[in-house]
Structures are given as structure tokens and as C-alpha cells.
Design a protein around this ligand. Sequence first.
Ligand code: ADP
Ligand code: 5GP
Length: 246
Amino acid sequence: MAGILFIISAPSGSGKSTLVGELRKQVTNVDFSISWTTRPPRGSEENGREYHFTSREEFERMRDAGLFLEYAEVFGNYYGTSRLSLEDARRQGHDLLLDIDVQGAAQVRRSMPEAVSIFVMPPTPKVLRTRLRNRSRAEGVVNESELYRRLSEASKEIENYRDYGYILVNDILDRTVAQLEAIVLAERYYRNGEPIAFRSSRVLEVAAACRQTNSQDRLKPVLEAFGIGGSNGQQQLPFGDDLDED
Ligand code: ADP
Ligand code: 5GP
């Protein structure tokens, strides 16, 4: 059985790592690609678990040797997916999940248009700011300029949502996890004929409602809150003029 390639992208702090962690507890036979990055480890991250941490020189050497399926520079650091991740998953007949940014997702879609792509949005800019700040606090480092940089990028990344097959608005965690699981099960059902053991019609309905093409009403308030698609065509940073404590 050919595995399915799932791509998941989101502005930093939207909850993508949390969602992927929960999905992996619920669904078997989906491998997670551990990316290579030149950014330093954060909080309790360990080399080989969240990322393979490496130097810029080594990353560039790997890139020049053609070892990456895709790579991009994000927030001043390189991030890339090793081709080996895909080969390993294929060999085992497993699905593979890539947690990559919008630039990397575009590269993968070009070479593998059959990939299933999922975009995760935070419900509002304020919620995103709170999540980023809470995560920084939990990791013991609150770097205001890095926080501001990630917030400023969020709207630009969200503008790419139309390129994705499915959209999740990560408001209530349990519900978003159930939606992500439904998407994986529904794609396995449609592509591989894999039966859905549990409440199958409900799973297909939930997944269908998350399709980007069915999401306009659900997305309207989120896009407005991020200043996207406004009538005057001007986009403002929707986080307020200051970054006061929440
Ligand atoms: P990302 O991987 O997208 O950068 P994380 O998964 O690290 O984001 O989540 C950022 C922060 O938000 C973490 O502290 C996480 O616990 C929290 N979080 C994630 N999803 C939710 C949610 N639905 N509700 C409340 N907090 C959340
Ligand atoms: P973070 O530093 O918060 O872990 O990740 C920053 C951004 O880099 C996120 O948008 C994440 O999806 C993206 N990213 C992580 N790994 C890869 C990768 O292998 N390729 C690309 N293109 N982006 C990645």
C-alpha cells in the first residue's frame, strides 16, 4: 500500500506541534518526519526528537548534495526535510506527516501534487500572541523581538491558506485533534479503501467540513481578525500598537 503524504503548516504558535503530538497518540502507521534545522534547540527539545539540529555549514553541504526533499529559510534559520524520511515511510507502507512552512509546502506540492495539505490557523491574533508568550514563558525565555517577528509573519503565512486542501481553526484543542484525525482517516478511506471502524459517516462529515472549499463561512471572522481580505486592501498588523502583557 502506498503511504499518503500529509503536509501540515501553520503560523508559529498556532498549536501545530501540539496537534501532531495528539494525532500520533490516536492514529497508527503515520510517521513524523524529523526536520533538519540550523536554529538552536528550544526549551526541552532534544537532538533527534523534535529536530536534527545542525550548523549552517553542514546544512548547506547537505542541501548542495541534494539530500533535501524541500528546504526553506524561516526566521533567519534553515529548515529542511530529508529525502530519507519519505523513502523510509514508503518502504514501510506508512503515511508520512511533514510539519513544514508555507514555502516548503509549495515546493512539495510542485513535486508531489497528490500530497494532502492541511493549514492550521489560530482563532484570533490575540490568542496567537497569548499562546506564543505562554510557550516562551514555559520554556523560560521570553524574547520580545522574536515574539514580535513570529506575530508579524502570521498574517503573511495565513494569506496562503487557499493553497491547502483542508483548514483547521485551532480553537478548542480536543475538537481540532478530532478534526485532524478525521482528515487522516477519511483520506485513507478515499485513497486506499481503508475501512473506518468507528462512526464512519460522522468521520467523513467532519473531514468534509474541514475542506478549504467548504470553509468560507468558518474562516471569514478569522481572516478579518488577521486583517486579510479587507475592503481597503490595506493590511495592518492586527496585534495592536504595543505588545503589552496579556
Ligand atoms: P506550533 O507548533 O504551531 O508553533 P505549539 O504546539 O508549540 O505551536 O503551541 C503553542 C502553545 O499553544 C503551546 O503552549 C500549546 O500548549 C498551546 N496550545 C496549542 N493548542 C492549543 C489550544 N487549542 N488551546 C490552548 N492552547 C493551545
Ligand atoms: P519552529 O522554529 O517554531 O519549530 O518552526 C518554525 C517554522 O519552521 C514552522 O513554520 C515550521 O513548520 C517550519 N519548519 C519546520 N521544519 C521544517 C522543514 O523541514 N521545512 C520547512 N520548509 N519548514 C519547516
